[in-house]
Every structure is written in C-alpha cells, then in structure tokens.
Design a binder for this molecule. Structure first.
Ligand code: G3I
Ligand code: 9MR
Ligand code: ZN
Length: 541
C-alpha cells in the first residue's frame, strides 16, 4: 500500500487526557477501527466510526471514532484496514506538559536586544539584535532607547497592540491557572520565586515602557525598520535604522490596559515594578482623557512594515477602564467602563484590533459582587451567547471546531485559540462541561486533528510544521525550525504569491502551505502563541 502523505485518520498528535473525551477523525470513510498499544501491539479497543459530517470548510466527509473508553495511560495509535495508521499519541493526565512549556519557551526565542545563549537556546542561539536607538518619526533629532521585548513574528518589528495582546493572554493564563506554571521552563531568570511566565512577560513590559512618550503619556504604535529585511537575515544582521511610528489611541488604550493588569499581578513579587506599571497606565489613561477622539494609525509613506491599523479605540479604552477599576478599585473607572459598555463594539473579541473581550474578562474576574449586577449579567449573557454559538458551530463541523468557512482568514489559528479561550472563560463563569470540552476540541485541531493532518506548532507532533515564515528559522542553517511556535494556519483569501500559485480552488481549511514563502499562512506571531498558552494552561493543571 502506498503511504499516505496526508494521513486520513487524524488525531491530536500529542495525545489526549485520561479523563476527557477521546475522538479520532476519519476522512472520507468510516468503519471499524482498532486502537493499538504501541508497546505491546495489543488491540486495546475496537470501535466503529459510524457517524459523519459533510464538512464545507474542509471539503471532505468526516467520520468520528470515539475511544474515550480507554482509561489506561500509555502510547497508542489507530489502525484500519487498507489505510496508513494514525500517528502515535499518548493518553495521560499530563499529556500537554511539554507542549505547555514549549509554547511558553517560544517567547524566549522571540526575545530581542539580548543574546540567546546556547545553554538556553541550543542550536537556535544568536547574538544580541536591534540594540541601537530608534528615531522618533518626524523628529529626526529625537533618538530613544528602543531595545528589548519580543519580535512580533517572522519579521523583527515590535508593535504595541499585538505585544499587549500577547502579554494579556499570558498574564490571564497565570491568573486563572497558576498551577500550570509551577515548573520552571527554564529561563535565564528562573528563580522558583516568581513564576517563569512572569519573568518572560516582564521582558515585553520593560520594552513597552519604552513605547510610552515621556512628554505626553501616549504610546507609539510600533517600532520597526522602514522595510522588512530579506527572509534569511538573522536578527543581529538586521541593522537598518529603527523608527518609532506615531502615537495612536488604540496603542495607548491597550498600553493602559496591560500595564494596569501587570500592576496587579506583579505586586506580590515586585512592588517597585508593579508601581511603575501602574504609573505608566495612569499617565496613558490621562492621555486618553485628553484625547477623546480616535487617533488612528496608518503607515507613514516611508514605512512599509506591518501596519496593524485600528480606527476603533473604544474597545481599548473599555479594556483599560476595566483593568484600572479592577486594579485600583476606583469607581470612576467603573463609570467609564459602564458608559463604554453601551457602545456598539464587540465585548467578546480577543483579537489584536478588537480587544473588548479583555475588558469583559477583567470585569468578570473582578467578581460579580464588585461590579454592578445588571451590567455584569448583561455581559455574562452576551459572553455565553457567543460561547453557545461556538458550541453549536462545533457540533456542525467535521473537525469539531467553531470556525465557519469565512473564518479561515490570515491567522485563522488565532481565531481557533481565541475561540477556545472564550469558551474557557465561559466555563469559568458558568461551569457547564460543554464549554470545556469544546475548547479542548480546538486544541486537538491545532495539534493535528485537521484535514491536513498537520500539527500547527513547530517541534510538536510527528507531522508538525517544518518551514515557517520566520527569519531566524530560515537564516540559521539549522534544519529544524525554532520550536514551540504556532503558525497562522489556513487562509482562504490566498494572500501571498506562493499560495496563489499552488492552492487555487482548494477548500478553506486546506488553504495552507508549509513553505517559508507563505507569509499569509505559515508565519508565526507572539499573539498566535499566547492564546495557545492560555488554552493549554487550562488543561495542564
Ligand atoms: O476582519 C476581516 C473579515 O471581516 C473579512 O471577512 C476577512 C476576509 O479576508 O478579512 C478579515 O481581515 C483580515 C485581517 O487580517 C483579520 O485580522 C485581512 O483580510 C487580513 O489581510 C489581515 O491580515 C493581517 C496581516 O498582518 C496583513 O495586514 C493579520 O491579521 C496580521 O496578523 C498580520 O500581521 C503581520 C504584521 O503585519 C507584520 N508582522 C507579521 C504579522 C503576521 O503575519
Ligand atoms: O516577511 C513579511 C511578513 O513578516 C509580513 O507578515 C508580510 C505581510 O506584511 O510581509 C512579509 O514580507 C514580504 C513582503 O510583504 C512582500 N515581499 C516579500 C516579503 C517576504 O520576504
Ligand atoms: Zn531584535
């Protein structure tokens, strides 16, 4: 039998949790299947993949085989007559332990301005990069320290909003699931006093401080070279001039939000740092008060790096107000929050542009007692309504995720993980097991239970992404990519030349190419990794 390049029996390539639902998905045909113990070769379970869904997004018929019955930890695979077996997977209470560490360690690899030493970075070591001062756009004589933080993605830009989203996800993961972070990654700073996730976020927060304009309190939108360097340029070789692009109100809003959040979370570990975060948040808030109208962002004509344009700042203001209320207890922030909550923008979105969801989460986590009951209940109703929509969508989807055909956009894997995160927050406010179970299905998709039989996380899974659009991975001459990075995933819009040439006419969920040139499907970003850390934290207790 010819080996299938894309296996048609797909599983989470890492594995399943002992006490959760375990399902394999069979493309094209169902029938009897056997679960075999890798070690003993024993058939431990035989089942029927009988029911199927005709899946529009993937363009295939998908049969579902349930082996939840297996409760014995071990390593298994699935067999069926006339087919390539599934990949091996484990069943254990701690299946996602290494994955969790790997997803968090990716942030270390994204670090900018410091050398990545071999003892922590292994073959992916490199020298310190982007250590020069940056020019403030349109103020040629104003040079400011710009070093530190994380590179945004496969490029070396650093962007305020996306950075704030990434930190927010990680800090929320720690706030809700501290036990998931009990072991060191380890990182150079690991001290078993402050959890590594907080050490890692501090790297970005220290850089974010530098994005605040000292004279006004507003936040510069981004810090990049004028253009993207070539794909094989290592970070330390990228020495073009750095520019602070102009201040935007969206950047300032999420800056205020994430700093208020950090002030609260770092307080038990480092009072001085926490106070600096609060101060930064308050001055950003003052800027927002003094600039009530949107100050949007468009790339200046000389700059062509990522734009992350955002013409709507009410969601960022809403988030900032919620965090400041939660951190300080000052009712005046709650009043602003409530007023903003009546405006027509999404209160559930967790994207880099639409950040309203973070405001709602902050209000939930502050507690029903601390808030205004009617506001709390209205927001809870809205959140659960969206969660129910996602659960319903999953039940109609062949690969059991909540994306509709039109949701396979650039960075669709962020949506996959954001939706799972939304479901886990729903589970937090209303303990209905369907939310948790549906969230876990999204992780199974990310880790290989998808029409392409691919794990979208580098270095994890037996058929994981190998050629991400990630400059260090291209330029370092190491065969394996930097591990632990989530790639963007299928984008039906075919937004780069490589996919336009190779993927015409394919169904949405198949519009993905594991090729380094495909920046619209196979790039990596910090804010695609961060919701994955959140989701895996829930299941890493
Ligand atoms: O929101 C709309 C949706 O309403 C519409 O139906 C759909 C149809 O295509 O498009 C959606 O918008 C997409 C948007 O992402 C959603 O977030 C746009 O088409 C798509 O072009 C846009 O892509 C962004 C991309 O930059 C291009 O601007 C990605 O979100 C964003 O993650 C990506 O970010 C880049 C940075 O610029 C540079 N660094 C790397 C990073 C990742 O590729
Ligand atoms: O490498 C760039 C990637 O980080 C961005 O997300 C992407 C979209 O802005 O652009 C990539 O750069 C490409 C550029 O846009 C067009 N020429 C090829 C570049 C990739 O080498
Ligand atoms: Zn750098």
């Amino acid at each position: 039998m010819a080996k299938e390049v894309v296996r048609s029996i797909t599983v989470n390539q890492i594995g399943y949790l002992t006490n959760h639902k375990k399902i394999a998905l069979f493309k094209g045909r169902g029938g009897t299947f056997r679960v075999v113990n890798d070690l003993t070769k024993e058939v431990v379970f035989q089942g029927e993949a009988a029911t199927s869904i005709k899946d529009e997004a993937s363009g295939v018929n998908v049969y579902s085989g349930d082996f939840t019955h297996i409760g014995m930890p071990g390593q298994y695979h699935i067999e069926q007559e006339g087919r390539e077996p599934s990949g091996s997977f484990i069943i254990s209470d701690t299946s996602y332990h290494q994955l969790h560490k790997g997803l968090l360690k990716a942030f270390y690899y994204f670090r900018c301005g410091v050398e990545l030493e071999e003892s922590f970075a292994g073959p992916w070591k490199h020298k310190a990069c982007h250590v020069s001062k940056g020019k403030v756009y349109a103020q040629p004589n104003c040079l400011l320290d710009s070093s530190g933080g994380w590179h945004d993605a496969g490029d070396y830009g650093k962007y305020t909003g996306p950075g704030a989203k990434a930190v927010a996800d990680l800090l929320l993961a720690y706030e809700l699931y501290p036990d998931a972070f009990s072991e060191p990654v380890p990182l150079p700073e690991s001290d078993r006093v402050m959890p590594d996730v907080l050490h890692e976020c501090r790297v970005e927060l220290e850089w974010l401080f530098k994005m605040q304009d000292a004279s006004t309190g507003g936040a510069f939108h981004k810090l990049t070279t004028p253009h993207f360097p070539a794909l094989d340029v290592m970070p330390e070789e990228d020495v073009a001039e750095l520019y602070f692009s102009p201040i935007s109100s969206a950047a300032t809003g999420c800056f205020a939000g994430v700093m208020a959040m950090a002030a609260r979370i770092y307080m038990p570990f480092n009072k001085g740092f926490a106070e600096s975060c609060l101060q930064a948040s308050l001055t950003a808030w003052k800027w927002l008060e003094q600039n009530p109208d949107v100050i949007g962002f468009k790339n200046p004509s000389e700059i062509s790096t990522g734009e992350y344009g955002d013409e709507q700042d009410l969601d960022e203001r809403y988030w900032a107000a919620a965090e400041l209320f939660r951190t300080t207890g000052d009712e005046s922030y709650q009043r602003v929050f409530i007023t903003l909550s009546q405006q027509p923008f999404s209160k559930t979105n967790l994207g880099w542009a639409d950040m309203g969801g973070y405001g709602t989460i902050a209000y939930f986590l502050h507690g029903e007692q601390q808030g205004v009951e009617s506001v709390y209940n209205a927001l809870k109703g809205e959140w659960l309504q969206e969660a129910d929509r996602l659960v319903e969508q999953c039940s109609q989807d062949g690969y059991s995720i909540s994306l509709r055909t039109e949701d396979y956009i650039w960075g669709s894997n962020m949506l996959v993980m954001n939706n799972a995160m939304l479901l886990l927050i729903a589970y937090h406010v209303q303990k209905d097991a369907k939310y948790e179970s549906c969230a876990l299905d999204h992780l199974h998709y990310l880790m290989g239970r998808n029409v392409l039989d691919i794990s979208y996380v580098t270095g994890f899974g037996d058929r994981s992404v190998m050629n991400p659009h990630h400059r260090p991975s291209v330029g370092d001459h190491v065969i394996l990519p930097v591990p632990g990075m989530v790639v963007g995933g299928p984008d039906r819009g075919l937004h780069d030349d490589y996919v336009r040439e190779h993927l015409q006419g394919l169904p949405a969920a198949q519009c993905f190419a594991d090729h380094e040139d495909s920046y619209s499907t196979n790039e990596v970003t910090i804010y695609w990794n961060s919701p994955a850390v959140f989701v895996v934290s829930h299941f890493n207790g």
